[in-house]
Design a binder for this molecule. Structure first.
Ligand SMILES: [Fe+2]
Length: 338
């Protein structure tokens, strides 16, 4: 009996280790989210540009119920479905305003007219992000329940709170609106989506409602790796909404292409010998084929990984980052870890 208890305790501890490792990785993504270049320049946006930013990211909020419904239909676990249903019920309560009513209220507080809010069209960049979010919860896929739940938690809750943290700051600084008093959408969402928040003493916030189900799914090294990989793809998809707002976006894209070409040349120089040069070429071909074989969502995430490594090289000048560019699986491993 004693040994059975000891063994059970040992298994529980191991399971918690995997869950804790995932949670720590998620915290790293939360920190990285704020390193996007947009947060260096957001305070310099004109009010008009800031409103355009609000309207475009608002399309993800407008799509939320449909996206969660589609994702939920792909789940096989009843307890996972119930987590999603609970959040959907919060979105459109039995009485009072829906979250989209509240969003319109906050937009009007910041000078967006009702007509503008209702007639705005999504940009190409915004449509691309929404497409990627649906792609991440597609069925069938391996580890379907785990991948869907990680995606919803990261892109639908965790990063929403991190993004709205900036919006409520701007609401106060730019428009003189105290969010804690007057906001009905951005501030409440920031509060109840924030990891570790308590909506009230008896109820966990939206992010934390995934804890129990996800902890039951992330129970060994393999599922930990799947969860990290999916979290990273959801991070890139959700973060990509920001790219379109940078003034220098097009110039940056050209710069990135040039940097990529230079990086390949430098990688060969670092390799030093013909055999290594041949291997780099071989790996690039394998990498290109690997990306081409992926679904659009995965392919976009892998391409982003490459770009991140180049950005790291530009920032820190470490040759090991360059060596991982274009190498099959190396770039994802560099971010996901063992
Ligand atoms: Fe939420």
């Amino acid at each position: 009996m004693y040994f059975v208890k000891l063994n059970t305790h040992f298994e529980d501890t191991l399971m918690n280790q995997f869950w804790n490792a995932y949670s720590e990785y998620e915290d790293e993504l939360r920190r990285r989210f704020h390193q996007h270049r947009i947060y260096e320049v957001l305070h310099r946006f004109t009010d008009r540009d800031f409103r355009w930013y609000l309207l475009q990211i608002g399309f993800i909020a407008r799509e939320f119920v449909k996206w969660y419904e589609v994702a939920k239909l792909g789940l096989t676990s009843e307890s996972a479905k119930e987590v999603v249903r609970e959040i959907l019920r919060d979105e459109i309560p039995q009485a009072g305003a829906t979250h989209q009513d509240d969003r319109l209220h906050d937009l009007e507080l910041m000078g967006v007219s009702r007509e503008e809010a209702l007639n705005v069209r999504p940009s190409g960049g915004t449509r691309g992000v929404i497409k990627r979010l649906y792609q991440l919860v597609r069925v069938p896929q391996e580890d379907q329940d785990l991948r869907i739940m990680v995606t919803l938690r990261i892109a639908g809750e965790v990063l929403v709170a991190e993004q709205y943290r900036h919006i409520v700051d701007e609401m106060k600084r730019r428009f003189g609106v105290d969010p804690e008093t007057y906001s009905r959408f951005y501030w409440p969402h920031y509060e109840h989506d924030l990891k570790g928040s308590q909506e009230n003493p008896n109820s966990a916030g939206h992010t934390d409602r995934f804890d129990e189900v996800l902890a039951s799914m992330i129970t060994d090294r393999r599922t930990l790796k799947v969860a990290k990989e999916q979290a990273l793809m959801a991070f890139y998809a959700r973060n990509a909404i920001h790219d379109q707002f940078l003034d220098a976006h097009n110039a940056l894209a050209v710069l990135k292409q040039i940097t990529a070409a230079v990086a390949c040349i430098i990688a060969v120089i670092f390799g030093g010998i013909v055999a290594q040069k041949a291997m780099v070429q071989y790996e690039r071909e394998q990498w290109t084929m690997h990306i081409a074989a992926q679904s659009p969502g995965v392919a976009a995430a892998l391409t982003d990984c490459d770009q991140e490594l180049l950005d790291r090289f530009r920032q820190h000048r470490r040759s090991e980052d360059l060596q991982k560019v274009g190498a099959p699986n190396a770039c994802l491993d560099a971010y996901i870890g063992p």
